[in-house]
Design a protein around this ligand. Structure first.
Ligand SMILES: C[S@@+](CC[C@H](N)C(=O)[O-])C[C@H]1O[C@@H](n2cnc3c(N)ncnc32)[C@H](O)[C@@H]1O
Length: 240
């Protein structure tokens, strides 16, 4: 089963929202939190920042951003699946009742955010799921302040054969059977095809440059099975 249209992707993430966090935890053996923390660090989120988390889902990364920006900053989480946003809002209220958190329904391809507004941004496992990656990168670039950084975490296809084999085994023999226990086998079978067609690190760098970013660097993680694309918007006075 492939999910290629935006309404299908939206329906998928609404459907899996109730078990999404527990499944993530099981499927990554808890490691996803480590990579999400790295993304927040590499976006250089700091106290007082206006931070954005695109495709925030149930709010994992947005809540890490909240810790980094503190009460003097603010975090906006954007997602187009209301069921995910409802969970994010609940978690945000429970964990950081005194922080400035906003959960906004919106499309990563047409962000409901002003130009040059955010000091930093993150996107976790979102870029692989959007229907137009260049447009998502252009939107990210538009809403960042000059010189601001963003970190985009996602799956990646490893180049070493034994790691490729491990990833294929992991997706087929761990992810799908685990999802089956939650009655979501078909829903989680979507991950493999999306990883297969997701641009590799060097292509991601090229797409980021085409979207207008001044700097772009891709860092493979876990033998290249994951990766973080770190992008930086041009400085205010630079001529592009
Ligand atoms: C795999 S989840 C990741 C959630 C969260 N960032 C995390 O790391 O746990 C992908 C999220 O992207 C959202 N999404 C996909 N395409 C989107 C789009 N075009 N606009 C807004 N949200 C989108 C889905 O609704 C889903 O919540």
């Amino acid at each position: 089963m492939t999910h290629s249209s935006a309404p299908e992707i939206q329906a998928l993430f609404n459907r899996i929202a109730p078990v999404y966090d527990e499944l993530n935890q099981q499927l990554s053996w808890g490691l996803h939190t480590v990579w999400k923390k790295m993304a927040v660090q590499w976006a250089e989120a700091a106290p007082g920042h206006q931070a954005l988390d695109i495709c925030c889902g149930s709010g994992d990364i947005a809540l890490l951003l909240a810790r980094a920006v503190g009460k003097t900053g603010s975090v906006t989480g954007v997602d187009f699946a209301p069921a995910q946003l409802a969970i994010a809002a609940e978690r945000g209220q429970a964990r950081y009742p005194d922080h400035n958190l906003t959960w906004q329904a919106g499309d990563a391809l047409d962000l409901p955010c002003p130009d040059a507004h955010f000091d930093c941004a993150t996107m976790g496992y979102g870029l692989r799921n959007v229907t137009d990656i260049p447009q998502a990168l252009r939107e990210l670039e538009r809403v960042l302040k000059p010189s601001a950084k963003a970190a985009i975490l996602d799956f990646h296809r490893p180049t070493q054969p034994w790691v490729q084999q491990f990833q294929a085994w992991y997706l087929d023999r761990v992810v799908v059977p685990t999802a089956e226990q939650f009655d979501l086998k078909a829903d989680y079978a979507y991950i493999g095809p999306t990883v297969d067609r997701f641009p590799q690190g060097p292509e991601q760098i090229e797409l980021a440059r085409q979207a207008g970013f001044a700097q772009a660097q891709h860092y493979p993680l876990l033998g290249g099975m994951m990766g973080i694309l770190v992008v930086q918007k041009a400085a205010a006075n630079s001529v592009v």
